[in-house]
Design a protein around this ligand. Structure first.
Ligand SMILES: *[C@@H]1O[C@H](CO)[C@@H](O)[C@H](O)[C@H]1NC(C)=O
Ligand SMILES: *[C@@H]1O[C@H](CO)[C@@H](O)[C@H](O)[C@H]1NC(C)=O
Ligand SMILES: *[C@@H]1O[C@H](CO)[C@@H](O)[C@H](O)[C@H]1NC(C)=O
Length: 384
C-alpha cells in the first residue's frame, strides 16, 4: 500500500511535469515576463537581430560527420539516459550499440546527479564517452548568473558554471578511464564524446577541457550532441571552432533547450556574457535535414528560425530515438534537487507500468507537434 502511494505520487508529479512542460522553467519565464512586459514584443532572443547571427571571423577547422555517424552515436546518448538499465546493457537502445563494445563502465556522481558511460570498441577502434542528460538541466541552465573562467585562468574564455560543475563531477574518472583504455594497442583509437541535453553540454565542455588542457595530445576526437544548450562565450566557441574535430550539433525542430542559455540577458552582457553555440548545427525539421551555414555563429535559417516559439517536446525526439521513453525510469525526471530526490526512495517501476508510460510518451510525442510556448526574448538589439 505504501509502495502504491509512492507510485501514485510519482505518477501525479510526472503527469504534472508533462502537462506543464517543465514547471520550473515556466515559472522562470513567467516571472521575467512579469518584470519586463515588453519581452513579448521583441524578437531578439536568438533571431536575426541577435548576437547569434554575428559573422564568424576566426579560423574554422571543424569538419562535418555523416548522417549515419550522427544516428549511431545518438544510440549511445540514448543508452546512458536509462540510468539503471545501461549498467547491464538492458536499456531500450542498448541493443543498437552493445555488440560493438569490448568493455564499458558507468560512473555516477550522486551529489550532482550526473552519469557517464565510457566504452571501448575494438570492432570500431574507438573509445566512446556518453554523458547522461537530466531534467536537472533546468537547474543548470538557470544558473546563468555565474560564469566560470577556464581552469588555467585564460580569463577571456568563460564557461557556464552549471555545466562546468556537472562536467567536473565526472572529469577525473573519465580521464583516468580513457588513459587506462588507451593501452599501447589502442593508442590510435579515436575518442568520441556524445550526449543529449545536459549530457550534450557536458560533452562540449569536456571537448573544450581535453583540447585546452591538451589532455590527450594528438588524439583524434569526434563530438556528437543532441539537443545541446549553449555552454560558453565567444572565445570558448572560437577556440572550439578552430580545432580539427569532426563534430555536429544536432537540433530537432524548435527544441527549446538548443536556445538556452540565452544568448544574452535583456540583450546586454551586463548581467552575464553572451552565450554562443559551437559549429556546426545539423537541423532536423520533419523530413527536411541540413547542415548550417558556417558564416555565422548560428544559422538564422535553421532551428533559430522557429523562434521565439520554441517547444520543450521537440527536445525528446532525435532521429529514431524517443528520449521520453526514458521517462519510464522516472528517476532522472524527478531528481530535482531541493524538491525531491527519489533515486534512493523509489525502486525501478514494474515493467507493465514502464511500458504503459513508454506508450503514453510515444502518443504525447506524436500528438504534441503543435504545442508551443513563448520563450524569453531580450529587450535590446545586439549591436556589434
Ligand atoms: C562528485 O563531484 C564533486 C564535485 O566535483 C567531487 O568533489 C566528488 O569527488 C565527486 N564524487 C565522486 C564519487 O567522484
Ligand atoms: C586550422 O587550419 C589552419 C589552416 O588550414 C591550420 O594552419 C591550423 O594548424 C589548423 N589548426 C588546427 C588546430 O587544426
Ligand atoms: C538565410 O536565408 C536568407 C534568405 O534565403 C539568405 O539571404 C541568407 O543568406 C541566409 N543566411 C545564412 C546565414 O545562410
Amino acid at each position: 500500500m505504501k509502495i502504491m502511494m509512492k507510485y501514485l505520487f510519482v505518477l501525479s508529479v510526472l503527469a504534472f511535469s508533462l502537462g506543464q512542460n517543465f514547471p520550473s522553467a515556466d515559472n522562470y519565464l513567467t516571472d521575467i515576463h512579469r518584470l519586463i512586459p515588453s519581452f513579448d514584443q521583441t524578437n531578439q532572443y536568438d533571431g536575426p537581430a541577435s548576437i547569434s547571427s554575428a559573422p564568424i571571423t576566426t579560423t574554422i577547422n571543424v569538419t562535418k560527420p555523416t548522417r549515419e555517424e550522427m544516428m549511431y552515436y545518438n544510440y549511445y546518448a540514448a543508452s546512458v539516459d536509462s540510468p539503471f538499465e545501461v549498467k547491464t546493457m538492458d536499456c531500450v537502445y542498448c541493443p543498437m550499440v552493445k555488440d560493438d563494445m569490448s568493455q564499458f563502465v558507468v560512473f555516477d556522481n550522486s551529489t550532482h546527479d550526473t552519469s557517464v558511460l565510457v566504452a571501448l570498441s575494438d570492432k570500431r577502434k574507438e573509445i566512446v564517452v556518453a554523458f547522461r542528460g537530466s531534467i536537472n538541466i533546468w537547474n543548470c541552465i538557470l544558473d546563468v548568473y555565474y560564469i566560470n573562467t577556464s581552469p588555467d585562468g585564460a580569463d577571456h574564455i568563460k564557461i557556464h558554471k552549471g555545466f562546468y560543475i556537472a562536467t567536473m563531477s565526472l572529469y577525473d574518472r573519465v580521464v583516468e578511464k580513457i588513459i587506462a583504455l588507451r593501452s599501447t594497442k589502442n593508442k590510435n583509437y579515436k575518442l568520441v564524446l556524445t550526449g543529449h541535453s545536459l549530457g550534450a553540454a557536458m560533452a562540449r565542455v569536456t571537448q573544450f577541457l581535453f583540447l585546452h588542457l591538451n589532455q590527450f595530445p594528438g588524439i583524434t576526437m569526434e563530438v556528437y550532441t543532441y539537443g545541446e544548450p549553449r555552454s560558453g562565450n565567444k572565445y570558448y566557441v572560437d577556440f572550439l571552432n578552430s580545432q580539427n574535430v569532426k563534430t555536429s550539433r544536432v537540433t530537432n525542430r524548435g527544441d527549446v533547450v538548443c536556445h538556452v542559455a540565452p544568448t544574452s540577458i535583456v540583450g546586454t552582457e551586463i548581467v552575464t556574457e553572451f552565450y554562443y553555440h559551437a559549429l556546426t548545427e545539423y537541423w532536423i525539421d520533419g523530413d527536411q535535414e541540413q547542415f548550417a551555414d558556417q558564416s555565422t555563429y548560428e544559422d538564422p535559417n535553421l532551428s533559430n528560425s522557429r523562434g521565439p516559439q520554441y517547444m520543450p517536446i521537440d527536445h525528446f525526439s532525435y532521429f529514431d530515438v524517443n528520449y521520453m521513453r526514458m521517462a519510464a525510469d522516472l528517476h532522472e525526471w524527478l531528481a530535482i534537487p531541493g524538491v525531491l530526490h527519489p533515486v534512493d526512495v523509489f525502486p525501478p517501476l514494474p515493467k507493465p507500468i514502464q511500458s504503459w508510460l513508454s506508450d503514453l510518451s510515444d502518443k504525447i510525442v506524436a500528438r504534441s507537434k503543435d504545442i508551443r510556448f513563448p520563450i524569453v526574448k531580450p529587450l535590446l538589439p545586439y549591436s556589434p
